[in-house]
Design a protein around this ligand. Structure first.
Ligand code: BG6
Length: 469
């Protein structure tokens, strides 16, 4: 009924960012190099360790120095929550350092205090697309078990430091990115350039163990904490009612759900064990791993949602492909796409919410959603991003419908409340913000912040707790 189609009190409205996409200051105050610092062309392209190419991430939008100004704008919009990541390399510059870098810890202390001054709840992603290059070069990334230990140490360090200030955490951003961008997701490099599933799934196992250790440590150090997983949701529709298409869609969805299955249910699903057998993938585990996974499942399901996907087994459909953040898919004839080819599907968000809630029966947290678009500053300085308002409004409506369906949703943090460097294509031309940043893909501009039309719109959504759609 419309009665239940209401956002609960305390719903966490806000925005989400990642350190590497906005902080800049990539070598300041002792920070080490991260995988983003050597990925000038974004997460889908090979790294450039020589660092000869121009890299937008290095300066970001200078949030490192401007965070007070930016947080004041988030507060003006009425944010209840702000999701950000802690750059691993600010705390452990090489990943395996004995002692944490005090200046890095202090930066997040100050930033979190600034949020709390406005009663904005900090929501921390422990690892978002930027492991230390040192762990790639000296250990081979996540295929090496030792990295589990370094991650756990990093997680314990930040839990201990921020225990009185941060309740909401998530262990790995879009953990399933490992399948699609193994360098960014797992620090994996392949000699012949061919992805090797053995390494990828071994790295996944290590991340599952690391995530479970973080859940364990977090619950010990911060009893009130809630620690979630975070997947890039990629719901797949069968192109037609052909049974083969249906099965292809199910199979494709399992590639994503495998990750949340392990993190939320606490065990390897049988469909994956079969997949490993058939593909000669042999996951090395240590004694106690399975118990650890079972005993330390996540408290909530965090996920990003930008688009839906289509699976078809008909060869002629292979031609009609469309872009996506992590992989291309078959075009859906019923949907429009963004300028970057991402298929816009608000109803899909309702379906995903129902799918995940049916499967896990745990609260959901929509920690990313938004429209990447080119914005134009008019001569009078205004930015009329009605297309963004439209996209967000339709998605928020469907989220509300999902609540009406009985799904428990904790919050909604739209992606990039302030324009930042994109992950898949490393550009600033593609913007998500309510706040415009005067900086272009060549790194030119004053870095001035300007409110877009969507700024006041989102402020009103929050002020009415989603009633005024
Ligand atoms: C998600 C990531 O995949 O999508 C973010 O968690 C990313 O880091 C976002 O920025 C949007 O993708 P893009 O490529 O448009 O920045």
């Amino acid at each position: 009924s419309s009665q239940t189609r209401k956002f609960p009190d305390g719903f966490l409205w806000g925005g989400a960012v990642a350190a590497n996409q906005l902080e800049g200051a990539y070598q300041e105050d002792g920070k080490g190099l991260s995988t983003a610092d050597v990925s000038p062309n974004g997460i889908m392209s090979p790294p450039d360790f020589s660092m000869t190419q121009f890299n937008l991430y290095h300066e970001g939008i200078d949030f490192y120095h401007k965070y007070k100004e930016d947080i004041a704008l988030f507060a003006e919009m009425g944010f209840k929550a702000f999701r950000f990541s802690i750059a691993w390399t600010r705390i452990f510059p090489n990943g395996d350092d004995q002692e944490p870098n005090e200046k890095g810890l202090q930066f997040y202390d100050d930033m979190i205090d600034e949020l709390r001054r406005y009663n904005i709840e900090p929501v921390v992603t422990i690892s978002h697309y930027e492991m230390p290059v040192g762990l790639v070069k000296n250990y081979g990334g996540w295929k090496n078990r030792q990295v589990v230990h370094f991650y756990e140490n990093f997680a314990r360090t930040i839990f201990t430091r921020y225990k009185d200030k941060v309740r909401f955490w998530m262990t790995f951003n879009e953990i399933n990115v490992l399948l699609h961008a193994p360098f960014t997701g797992g620090g994996l490099l392949f000699e012949d350039g061919q992805k090797n599933e053995q390494d990828i799934y071994q790295a996944a196992h290590h991340q599952f163990v690391a995530s479970a250790l973080a859940v364990k440590a977090g619950h010990e150090i911060i009893p009130v904490s809630q620690i979630g997983c975070m997947i890039a949701s990629m719901i797949t529709y069968p192109y037609s009612s052909r049974p083969d298409d249906m099965f292809a869609a199910l199979t494709q969805d399992r590639k994503t759900l495998f990750f949340s299955d392990v993190q939320s249910r606490g065990y390897y699903p049988t469909y994956m064990s079969n997949y490993f057998l058939e593909n000669n993938i042999d996951i090395k585990m240590e004694n106690g791993d399975l118990e650890l996974l079972q005993e330390n499942t996540v408290d909530y399901i965090g996920f990003s949602y930008y688009m839906s996907f289509v699976a078809s087994t008909a060869p002629e459909h292979e031609a009609a492909r469309t872009a996506g953040n992590l992989f291309e898919g078959v075009k859906n004839p019923y949907l429009q796409a963004s300028e970057w080819g991402w298929q816009i599907d608000p109803k899909g968000l309702r379906t995903v919410c129902n799918q995940l809630y049916d499967r896990y029966q745990k609260p959901l947290f929509i920690v990313e959603n938004g429209l990447g678009a080119v914005d134009k500053v008019e001569v009078d300085g205004s930015i009329n991003d009605d297309y963004r308002i439209e996209y967000l409004r339709e998605h928020i409506k469907e989220m509300k419908n999902a609540i009406g369906d009985g799904v428990e949703i904790m919050g909604y943090t739209s992606w990039g409340p302030i324009d930042l460097v994109s992950a898949s294509t490393a550009e600033l031309k593609k913007r998500y913000g309510f706040i415009y940043v005067d900086r272009d893909s060549q790194g030119q501009g004053s870095n001035k912040r300007i409110k877009k039309k969507s700024f006041d719109w989102y402020k009103q959504i929050i002020a009415t707790n989603g009633d005024d759609l």
